[in-house]
Design a protein around this ligand. Structure first.
Ligand code: NAD
Length: 423
């Protein structure tokens, strides 16, 4: 039996586990085999043959189109449903053909509501900030709602006109500055969508001994959508995690009733008891604070658009696109797809210079998701040793004072050697 199952909310992972993978377009063919060799070496090192991954190739993107005439064959979706956990390289976005994006199609079909992005700095990697060691955050970005839901009408179309008529005639909207030439988009943010995202973020913080969860929003301007997200988030935290969290709403209440000293006392007590502090921050202030006081933030829960901006800024703070891992997860069904967060990089494809670290670190996240943390730690240590010695692919090595630019395959072999030498 090599399939992962979910029983009573828990993942059951067999020692020999089948993991479906999508090779990916462009640089996918270069990073995927290197990544698999690294993961195999780390699993062998950590479990001495007791545990193993059997990789099962499934098709999507250009390779799928060439072989089957479809960009995202039903068999591929079925494999993710059957095996629960998989990994993918980057996919080309087909032009025309009715699919907006294969990544979006995968997320929507499997209802992968969390886009998970851990952001940490590795010693040796050159960063644009002074103290990158203070950056250690995990972003939970909502993946299914918000202005990204894809409900929009182009200016000048009959649909936009019809929508404008509804707004002005039935909803008495008078605030549209240039009605005749406006395009329109809809921003749905729901209680259920917020709650499942926030629940996953708080559970993660509890399971991983993280000190705080911050809701990042623009509720000061968008009161019912982003403001709703904040309020429903606090509600859920106090309702479902009462004994494990202390919220800034509780703090404010104590402050109003008993004064600032008592509120501070309660906050200090909660911290001493290792309760998770639940707070919130307006998105623009948050983006500043991540540069000025990154150590104050640990787990971030946010909506789709904010999450997009935040993920890229934080990734740039610790080394950029070649090294940022990610996953899309449904914590209720257990479906999880780990992925390289960069694109197919057509400008460097086939040159053996692409950095495989994004996919490798996504594999580390996958190993952690499976509960195979030991193997993940071995990979992270090997990457850090390599970076500290200035051994990296060109995208990182060119900024390192003593950097040596390695080819993708050379870098892979260096990491495997370091894994094999791990004590
Ligand atoms: P891209 O991420 O492919 O490339 C942007 C720049 O970063 C390029 O200069 C590239 O060489 C560099 N780069 C990216 N990954 C790198 C790595 N691992 N090592 C070294 N350098 C790296 O973005 P793009 O050019 O805007 O998109 C190209 C294609 O990829 C498009 O079809 C796009 O739709 C698709 N795409 C897919 C995904 C995904 O599958 N998750 C994500 C983004 C873009």
């Amino acid at each position: 039996m090599s399939k992962i199952t979910k029983v009573n909310g828990k993942l059951i992972v067999p020692d020999i586990v089948t993991i479906p993978f999508i090779e990916g377009d462009g640089v996918g063919a270069e990073i995927t085999p290197v990544c698999q060799e690294i993961v195999n070496a780390a699993v062998a090192k950590a479990y001495k043959g007791k545990r193993r991954i059997e990789w099962k190739e499934i098709l999507a993107g250009g390779k799928a189109f060439d072989q089957t005439g479809e960009w995202l064959p039903e068999d591929t979706l079925q494999a993710f449903r059957e095996y629960l956990v998989g990994i993918k390289g980057p996919l080309t976005t087909p032009i025309g053909g009715g699919i907006r994006s294969l990544n979006v199609a995968l997320r929507q079909t499997l209802d992968l509501f969390v886009c998970l992005r851990p952001v940490r700095w590795f010693k040796g990697v050159v960063s644009p900030i002074k103290e990158p060691q203070k950056v250690d955050m995990v972003i939970f970005r909502e993946n299914t709602e918000d202005i990204y839901a894809g409900i929009e009408w182009k200016q000048g179309t009959p649909e936009a006109e019809k929508f404008l008529k509804f707004l002005t005639e039935e909803m008495n909207v008078t605030k549209i500055r240039f009605p005749k030439t406006s395009s329109f988009g809809i921003k749905p943010v729901s209680i259920e969508g917020t709650e499942r995202l926030v629940r996953a973020a708080i559970k993660y913080a509890i399971d991983n001994n993280r000190p705080n969860v911050t809701f990042v929003h623009k509720g000061n301007i968008m009161k019912f959508t982003e403001g709703g997200f904040k309020l429903w988030g606090y509600d859920l935290a106090e309702r479902e995690f009462k004994d494990k969290v202390f919220t800034m709403l509780q703090y404010e209440k104590i402050k109003n009733e008993s004064g600032a000293d008592k509120a501070k006392e309660a906050l200090d007590k909660a911290k001493a008891e290792h309760k998770i502090i639940i707070k919130d921050c307006i998105c623009d202030a948050f983006l500043q604070n991540t540069l000025l006081i990154p150590e104050e933030y640990s787990v971030i829960a946010t909506m789709n658009l904010n999450g997009d901006y935040i993920s890229d800024q934080l990734a740039a703070m610790v080394g950029g696109i070649g090294i940022a891992p990610g996953a899309n997860i449904n914590y209720d069904s257990g479906y999880a797809i780990f992925e390289a967060t960069h694109g197919t990089a057509p400008n460097i494809a086939g040159k053996n210079i692409v950095n495989p670290s994004s996919l490798v670190l996504s594999s580390v996240m996958m190993l952690e998701y499976l509960g195979w943390n030991e193997a993940g730690e071995i990979i992270e240590k090997a990457l850090e040793s390599s970076f500290q010695e200035g051994m990296a692919t060109e995208d990182l090595a060119r900024f390192m004072p003593q950097g040596t630019s390695l080819k993708t395959t050379e870098f892979g072999n260096t990491i495997i050697k370091l894994i094999n030498e791990t004590k």
